[in-house]
Design a protein around this ligand. Structure first.
Ligand SMILES: NC(=O)c1ccc[n+]([C@@H]2O[C@H](COP(=O)([O-])OP(=O)(O)OC[C@H]3O[C@@H](n4cnc5c(N)ncnc54)[C@H](OP(=O)(O)O)[C@@H]3O)[C@@H](O)[C@H]2O)c1
Length: 175
């Protein structure tokens, strides 16, 4: 609620206390069906065990990781989930993800830096913010370094995705 996407210790625990309910929520299942590729920053990628994505990640689609250098050991993959490490910028990561996604969506799942770059490069059509009834006080701010003059938001959907979680979707346009 106070704009942080992890707490002062880098933990997401309190923001996903409802994870079991979220995973089963129709809106989340719809997002999974509609997603054809994922873009994430290297720090977000490193949050989990690198080799567990192929077995456990919700989005079983090609994943494009923005990084200055690919890991020495390529993470485990399967027929649907393959990793591409992209070091030539957010435009390139999103262009590659769009090709992989075909007529489905590209989800930029985080973190803050990656989403800020996508917003500032005018590459975002839709922004979904989940609000949890939690005050973290300090941590990683989501909306920093944003080109606030150009970016225009129009609210298109509000959903109580779980009893605790409110998901607000905005159409993004650029002035
Ligand atoms: N609340 C949520 O739902 C949620 C969701 C996702 C993430 N998160 C939080 O967000 C945190 C990560 O966010 P973040 O903003 O610190 O990092 P991030 O966006 O996940 O990753 C940043 C890293 O990506 C690489 N990178 C970024 N821009 C690049 C560019 N233009 N060219 C090449 N590489 C680039 C760099 O990695 P190199 O080190 O390889 O240079 C950079 O250190 C996670 O720790 C997690 O706690 C929260």
């Amino acid at each position: 609620l106070d704009g942080f996407i992890h707490d002062r210790n880098g933990s997401l625990g309190r923001l996903y206390a409802d994870f079991d309910a979220l995973r089963d929520a129709p809106a989340f299942q719809e997002a999974i069906r509609n997603t054809g590729a994922v873009v994430m920053g290297r720090r977000t990628f490193e949050m989990g065990d690198r080799d567990s994505y192929a077995e456990h990640y919700e989005f079983q689609v090609p994943i494009f990781v923005l990084t200055h250098s690919a890991p020495q050991q390529h993470p485990k993959e399967n027929d649907h989930l393959k990793f591409t490490f992209v070091s030539d910028g957010i435009e390139s990561a999103i262009a590659q993800a769009r090709r992989a996604a075909g007529n489905r969506d590209v989800q930029v799942v985080g973190g803050a830096s990656t989403i800020q770059q996508a917003l500032n490069a005018a590459l975002v059509d839709e922004l979904q913010i989940d609000v949890m009834p939690v005050l973290l006080g300090e941590g990683l701010r989501f909306f920093e370094h944003i080109d606030t003059e150009r970016i225009k938001l129009e609210k298109t959907r509000v959903e109580e995705t779980t009893p605790a979680r409110t998901s607000v979707t905005f159409k993004v346009s650029y002035g």
